[in-house]
Structures are given as structure tokens and as C-alpha cells.
Design a protein around this ligand. Structure first.
Ligand code: SF4
Length: 409
């Protein structure tokens, strides 16, 4: 999820991780997928539904939208560029190269090297392009392995099999990628703790720099939601999910990957810089169908805004090609919404929330706004509050994070 920077102008912060430092992340959404998985509710389009030439038309629209959107973020230094989807690796490397060049030339540079991530699904086509992706400027891959168990992959409706994932990981190293992230899903249908243990062991045997492990969520209006209503989807119960989360944390730590965010594990210095922008509420320009931008505070939106593009490909293309900004809506953040967002995004991170930084944004420490919820959560052993008012999830809080966050929205 992309999230906005809500910070109004103010004195230097006590927590340098947060706040607007004049940098920018660019997110490029590429909605095409070989086929649509039955649990997916992202903005995606199955390849077979695309008209001939659609990818080239889409890239042209992205370049136009980048130019339009860049004006709103003029003067910022580009810190990260992230190609997500969908399956952005279905785009030709030359197309990605054109987008990278356009983004580089449109914004200033950070002193640190730009982080440029590409999401990749395991397939022979994408494997054959890995070297060209690297030559185009991609320096980090996020590989959608999901599982090394063909039965689990079949149940998830994924297009690839475990052998493809193994070959893709090996090919990525051979192509010279030194910053790899693996995505795994847990609590998949009929998946047991022992299955997850095998997945983790195999994932860690590739020595990835980063691991993202997501619990399967059943979203409304997906085929999985219908199967669940019909009682056809058997998933691990709460107690087993808790065991699974413990297992992920322990095995990752033993392999040198620390949990730095609820679903994210990394070797020191390999935390995902782009994703971290959302948790720190830093500005992101999102382009493409269904993408959204996190706009920094302005006079019209003192707590920031979100600019959300249409999820319909034809509508997106039509607007951009007509020279209009494509957004379907602009959401101006209300102070209450901004405070809640700041709180739960910070709690996702290992460091938690610094009360002084929150007070710079909102005029007072979290206790001034959330005293009752904080008392209840600290008494229930879900949250720790330091004498200075800094907040962090406890181990139990991390296991029950969703119910903690519900208290603030
Ligand atoms: S590959 Fe990923 S983005 Fe595409 S349909 Fe499957 S889950 Fe959704």
C-alpha cells in the first residue's frame, strides 16, 4: 500500500526516519498478468484480454503521466523507483529502460544510489530477460515465489510451479543481481505449519537479502471469497497462524534476516527503501492504472492527500491520451485520519512510533488523542509505552496486529 506524507512544515524532527526530507519515490503500476489468481484483488488485466499493441500504448501513457505528475513534485530528489503490478516484468526491458531514464532525468538525484526494484514472476520468458533488465538499470528484484510446494501453488491458482521459481532465483544471481527479495504466502488453503517450514528453509537456502511473507487474506469479490462462503476453503486456525508467524520470525532471524516490519525481513542495510517510504509517510508519485500518489502537505491539504487513478484500463488510457490527469479522485486527508494512519503505519515497524515526531506533525503526543485505546492495549499486553510516550507493539501485539490497528481507525 502506498501512503501519504502527512507532515506539515515544522522544526527538525527527533526521529530522522520520518518526515519530508525533499526526496521522492516513484511507483509504476503495470497491470498485466499471465492470468488472474483467484485470491487477487489488485488492479490487474489478464494478458489474453489485451488488444494487440496494448503494452506499447500503456508505456506511452505512463511516460505522459510521469511528465504530468512530475510537475507536482518539482524540485524533489528521486530516491526509489518501483515497478509493481500486476507483472511488470512482462514489459520489454527497453520499455522499462525508457521509464527509468524519464524518471531519472525528471528529478534530482539523492546522494545514495537510486533503488530500482522490479517485481518478477517465475517464468521462462522473464528468466530470459533478466540480464537485459539489469542492463536497463534494475538493481533489485522482488520475486513472487509464494511457495516451493506445487500443491500449494496449484491451490493458489498460480501460473508457475516450484521448479520455475528455483530456476528464476538461480538465473537472477547468474545475471548479477545482488539484491533479491522473495515473496512467500502463508496460511494458504490446506497449508500446515510443516509445509511452511519447508518453504522457509528452501527460501532461505537461496540467501536472499530480503524476504516478504504475507498471510493470505481473502478479499471480497474474489473467487476465494466465494469458495470460503461455500465452506470450500480450509485454512489454518488462529493458533496455527500464531505458530506460523513465530516460525517465520525465528527461522529468518537464524538466517540473518531481522524482522523490521510486520511482513518484512532483511539483512542489515537491505531493508526495502521504497516500501519504507510508505511506512514513514514520505511522498510517492504513483503512475499507471489503479496507482495512487501520496502527496505531501500543502495549503489546500494541510495533512497531505492521496490521488487515486482509475482501476479500468480503457478509462486510464483515454484520460491520459486526451492530455488529462487520469486520477479518479483526490482524497484530502482529515486530521483524524492522518493521525490514525501515522500511528498504525509506525507501529508496523520494529522501532514503532516516536512520540516527539508524532507531536511535531499533530501538535501533541499520541496519548492526547488516543488515551483510552492506548490504556486498553497496554493493559492487554499488546502495546508497550515508554515514559516518553513512544509506542511499540509487543510480541503478542505483532501476532494480533490487525486487532490493534482496528482500535485506531
Ligand atoms: S500474479 Fe500477482 S498481481 Fe497477478 S493476478 Fe496473481 S496475485 Fe495478482
Amino acid at each position: 500500500m502506498e501512503q501519504g506524507n502527512l507532515r506539515p512544515q515544522g522544526p527538525a524532527r527527533s526521529d530522522p526516519r520520518d518526515g519530508d526530507d525533499g526526496s521522492l519515490g516513484v511507483y509504476v503500476h503495470v497491470p498485466f498478468c499471465e492470468r488472474v489468481c483467484p485470491y487477487c484483488d489488485f488492479a490487474v488485466v489478464a494478458e489474453r484480454k489485451l488488444a494487440p499493441g496494448a503494452p506499447d500504448r500503456y508505456v506511452a501513457a505512463l511516460l505522459t503521466e510521469l511528465e504530468m505528475g512530475a510537475a507536482r513534485f518539482a524540485g524533489r530528489r528521486l530516491e526509489t523507483l518501483y515497478f509493481g503490478g500486476g507483472t511488470p516484468s512482462l514489459l520489454a526491458p527497453e520499455s522499462l529502460g525508457r521509464l527509468i531514464e524519464a524518471a531519472r532525468s525528471r528529478f534530482g538525484r539523492e546522494p545514495a544510489p537510486l533503488e530500482i526494484t522490479l517485481e518478477v514472476n517465475p517464468s521462462s520468458l522473464e528468466r530470459s530477460r533478466l540480464r537485459s533488465f539489469r542492463e536497463a538499470g534494475i538493481d533489485r528484484l522482488s520475486i513472487g515465489v509464494q511457495s516451493f510446494d506445487d500443491t500449494v501453488l496449484r491451490r493458489l491458482g498460480r501460473a508457475h510451479r516450484a521448479g520455475e521459481a528455483r530456476r528464476t532465483l538461480e538465473a537472477a544471481r547468474s545475471a548479477g543481481f545482488q539484491n533479491l527479495s522473495l515473496d512467500l504466502i502463508f496460511a494458504a488453503p490446506d497449508q500446515r505449519l510443516v509445509d511452511l517450514e519447508r518453504d522457509l528453509d528452501e527460501a532461505l537456502s537461496f540467501a536472499p537479502e530480503h524476504l516478504s511473507v504475507y498471510e493470505l487474506t481473502v478479499e471480497a469479490a474474489t473467487p476465494f471469497a466465494l469458495a470460503e462462503r461455500r465452506g470450500q476453503l480450509r485454512r489454518a486456525g488462529e493458533a496455527e497462524v500464531v505458530e506460523m508467524v513465530r516460525c517465520i520470525e525465528e527461522r529468518s532471524a537464524a538466517a540473518g534476516l531481522a524482522r523490521y516490519e510486520l511482513s518484512s525481513y532483511a539483512r542489515p542495510g537491505r531493508e526495502a527503501r521504497h516500501n519504507s517510504r510508505y511506512w514513514a509517510r514520505r511522498p510517492v508519485l504513483g503512475i499507471g492504472m489503479g496507482a495512487w500518489s501520496c502527496e505531501p502537505p500543502s495549503e489546500a491539504a494541510p495533512y497531505g492527500a492521496r490521488r487515486v487513478n482509475p482501476r479500468d484500463l480503457a478509462a486510464y488510457l483515454e484520460r491520459v491520451e486526451a492530455g488529462q490527469p487520469p486520477e479518479a479522485r483526490v482524497e484530502i486527508l482529515e486530521p483524524r485520519e492522518a493521525r490514525a494512519e501515522a500511528l498504525f503505519l509506525a507501529l508496523r515497524r520494529r522501532e514503532g512510533l516516536a512520540a516527539a515526531a508524532f507531536a511535531l506533525d499533530f501538535g501533541a503526543a499520541p496519548r492526547a488523542f488516543f488515551a483510552e485505546s492506548l490504556d486498553r492495549l497496554t493493559r492487554g499486553g499488546l502495546l508497550e509505552e515508554s515514559p516518553e510516550g513512544n509506542l511499540r507493539l509487543t510480541e503478542r501485539g505483532r501476532l494480533l496486529a490487525d486487532s490493534v490497528f482496528e482500535r485506531f481507525v
